[in-house]
Write a protein that binds this ligand. Structure first.
Ligand code: NAD
Length: 244
């Protein structure tokens, strides 16, 4: 039996990733700070354990990892997917907004990985971080979000180099636009139109598109892949068109 922790699993990309792991007979610790949605999602999915946790809080992350080990006894994959987005330019980004985004998107990845690493070393497991094309390309609106995701891409490489000796692989996936609650909140009609003009495959990603890559990266098929960033973006980054 293999065990994955998926953060931000109550909905969106995290929920789709959980379902795909279950199809491959993994067990999943579903982690989220929206307890109501988390319980609802986990109740519908046998083979999962719901764990309420804000990934930006060190004590809660410690408790979360202990609970995963109590429930399943091992951790084979950690998917750092929990994320928040606000699209603002520099002068409209107050410090609280900056901190909120960094706390979940960057501190959360650091804390969950650091806390789960003893178990991941034991299993010679895998970490997949969910970054974004906003971490690859600069834009006028994403001073905090884009910077947090660029940091996640570098943190991925840093950890891959540090943990290679232990057989722990660390990769990251940078999605293009996916129609989730997070995207709904920040994608204006203008941004959506610009994406459609710039994406060679002429569509948004589905949650499944992203989940397939994540689960592949945790599988034995990816056993020689580490330190990589895969953009699952319909070719947006390759097109060279500016990020709206
Ligand atoms: P979503 O809002 O549908 O899901 C995010 C989940 O994370 C929610 O269930 C939320 O409750 C949870 N969460 C937020 N902060 C948390 C915290 N501090 N602790 C624990 N859980 C927390 O969003 P999504 O679109 O599925 O996003 C998943 C990831 O994909 C994020 O990291 C996001 O930045 C990234 N991403 C999304 C898109 C997109 O277009 N949707 C594009 C690029 C990258």
């Amino acid at each position: 039996m293999k065990v994955a922790i998926v953060t931000g699993a109550a909905r969106g990309i995290g929920l789709a990733t959980t379902k795909l792991f279950l199809e491959d007979s993994w067990r999943v610790a579903m982690v989220d700070c929206d307890d109501e949605e988390l319980q609802k999602a986990s109740n519908a999915l046998p083979g999962t354990v719901p764990i309420y946790c804000d990934v930006s809080k060190p004590d809660m992350v410690q408790e979360m990892v202990s609970r995963v080990l109590d429930a399943f006894g091992r951790i084979d994959a950690l998917i750092n997917n929990a994320g928040v987005a606000m699209f603002t330019p520099l002068e409209k980004t107050d410090f609280d907004t900056w901190r909120t985004i960094m706390a979940t998107n960057l501190d959360g990845v650091f804390l969950c990985t650091q806390t789960a690493i003893p178990a991941l070393k034991e299993s010679r497991g895998a970490v997949v971080n969910i970054a974004s094309i906003s971490g690859l390309r600069a834009s006028t609106l994403r001073v905090a979000y884009g910077t947090s995701k660029a940091a996640v891409i570098h943190l991925t490489k840093q950890l891959a180099v540090e943990l290679g000796d232990y057989g722990v692989r660390v990769n990251c996936v940078s999605p293009g636009p996916v129609k989730t609650k997070l995207a709904e909140a920040v994608h204006s009609p203008e941004i959506i139109k610009a994406y459609y003009d710039g994406i060679p495959l002429n569509r948004s990603a589905t949650e499944q598109d992203i989940a397939e890559t994540v689960v592949f990266l945790c599988s034995t098929k990816a056993s020689y892949i580490t330190g990589q960033m895969i953009a699952v973006d319909g070719g947006f980054d390759a097109s060279g068109i500016g990020l709206p």
